[in-house]
Write a protein that binds this ligand. Sequence first.
Ligand code: ZN
Length: 324
Amino acid sequence: MTEEEKEAAERDHTKRIRRIRQAIVLLLVFLCILPTMISVWALHRIGQMNGELENIERMLLQLPAAGNGGEGRMTEQPRSEEPALPEKSAVSTEEQDWSRAYLDDPSEEAIEEEIHTEVKHVYLTFDDGPSVYTDDILDILDRYGVKATFFVNGRSGYDTQYRRIVEDGHSIGMHSYSHVYERVYKDLDSFAEDLYQIQKLIYDLTGVDCHLYRFPGGSSNQVHDMDMKRCIQYLNAKDIHYFDWNVSSGDALPGTHSAEEITSTVLSQVSRSGDDTVVVLMHDSPTKKTTVEALPAILDALLSTDGVDILPITDDTKCIQHIK
Ligand SMILES: [Zn+2]
């Protein structure tokens, strides 16, 4: 290799190194600039979204108060990121919020802050009585000044309790005479005969012409082959209203349930319920002592909650039914 060729090769080598250096520098510059560009874009987008949120809030404040019957009682709209939701969903979001606040922080301030103006009508119902605990239940309800509903069976030795239920101002309903599934649901004649027996017993003892009914096992029970629609048609023809429940205390589920369990089951379901009519299923029976023990705590909590009204079921109460 001549001296000239050597110099040419050295120049080429130097050029290549320079190009590689330039490429590395460009790459480094690009890597530095990219995150900065992303940050700038993100800040710009956040700014845009803030503007949109403010617009949505302004639109919400201009809407009329939802679901308050036009009485102007709702002074503040709930904050929501979904302003286009229909009225029903807005209400249920509100009630879910109430439920969360109630469960996390049961202080009165928290409940008052979260509940707006929705009123919940709560109906406490006791099935399967009268029993050795009927007087205890009545004493507690009396102490709290609360009226409930007793769906009774035909039981001998409890004439005083049937009468006291009515005299104390509670509602009395039928829960079949026998509560024996094989008999009540044997066929329509058997159902009708059992119904007649309990209706007559209540009338003879209390003078009440009873038109409230709760099916043993509820209208959606799976304990027999009979078509429940036929029983329902029979009740409808006699202008008898049947009530199921949308809150269960769980006191009839297998196993023993402590008063604390029953209390928290009832209260959490009542607070979560999106319905303005809440029918709570409980039992008045010799094996349900813890239900009686739970009652004061349940009443304490419900009575101290704004927007909750505890009432006895009447012929005018909105029917809560599993099957219609
Ligand atoms: Zn029952």
